[in-house]
Write a new protein. Structure first.
Lengths: 187, 187
DNA sequence: AATTTCATGTAACCAGTTACATGATTCA
DNA sequence: TGAATCATGTAACTGGTTACATGAAATT
């Protein structure tokens, strides 16, 4: 009965944002629906329960402001454990599984790194990411070749192959971006 | 109490694959774990219940082969209703929401189009997609400008901004791919 | 006076994940 | 003979979605 469940993307987004600046559930919701960060979430129905979970696990601590007032706000901030957990999560190695199943999670991790880890760590992350993306491109290219060799039945347009070509392109774009980001961080 | 729940991505993937060629749950599972199509799914625990749902809704029909044998296979194929539903789903307009929240779903739809709809429909889809991707690029660029203007606190590396730049790039890549695919379909 | 915004939540539902169960058949 | 593969499933858990509830404060 270990309490080491991996944070969901939504939880990571929340912890990251709260770490950058202590916030309330309401403000998180607003932020999610008004910025591209909203990619990871939605609506009170997900955010408030997540905040509670994180508080219960000791990752966040909420303190009520204006308790006496009729409209109290609960401002969350990260605990020491929470900050440790966040750092751990951000510096976890880039795995192929992440790249294939959780690309967005990788980008989310990266987006918080500036506030949490040093430049060396960030460069390592980008380098790994680029290398793995290259490998993924090669993998998909071999699938593509197999598909081309197999051909499509007469009268069927090759949209399946083109969709796969998009996948390949998207990893190429990821690798390109990672290298450009590396250069930019090196000035 | 209408029975018009939108198919999930997994259900769409299954219906599409079964439409291309009648298949069993087991073969779908194998296919999902051995090809990039596996991006949409996983494991028996999701596939078999999905097959049952789709059969109950009249989208697929399963017939048992080797019923007398000790190892029967249940081969699913699409019903007429299923094929209509599939076509409807594939030709639904490309919305901004799809682009932002369900890019993979769009690509999945596209990948089956070759077997289901005509060239004109496919071209329209790609044209719409490219146009909307362009719009999304402009939108994210304006967020990027805002972020650059706001700047990052001293000592904080601009990973947030770089992550957003990746988002922008990925939509640019999508638009580029859509136009290239269009050209290719036009010979 | 009416509407919108602030602010926090709950409850039902639903689909995917993980892990397990079953047992025949083929292969080493 | 023992392991891997064929083939189909179930059950518990979990987290997100949708929709609703509440009510004060600010805006129009």
């Amino acid at each position: 009965m270990e309490e080491n469940r991996r944070m969901t993307s939504l939880e990571l987004a929340i912890v990251g944002l709260v770490h950058v600046e202590p916030t309330t559930g309401y403000d998180l919701c607003k932020l999610f629906e008004s910025t591209p960060m909203g990619h990871f979430s939605s609506s009170p129905g997900a955010v408030y329960p997540a905040l509670r979970r994180l508080e219960k696990r000791g990752v966040l601590a909420g303190r009520v402001q204006h308790a006496s007032s009729l409209r109290p706000r609960k401002v969350y901030s990260t605990t020491r454990d929470g900050r440790r957990l966040l750092k751990e999560r951000l510096t976890a190695p880039v795995t192929d599984d992440d790249l294939v199943w959780d690309k967005e999670d990788l980008l989310l991790r990266f987006s918080f790194m500036g506030y949490v880890v040093g430049a060396a760590e960030i460069r390592r992350f980008l380098g790994d990411l680029a290398a793995r993306a290259d490998a993924r491109v090669r993998e998909l290219e071999s699938h593509l070749r197999a598909m081309k060799a197999a051909g499509t039945p007469a009268g069927v347009l090759p949209t399946g192959r083109l969709a796969l070509a998009y996948g390949t392109e998207s990893y190429r774009a990821l690798a390109r971006w990672a290298r450009r980001a590396l250069r930019e961080l090196n000035h």
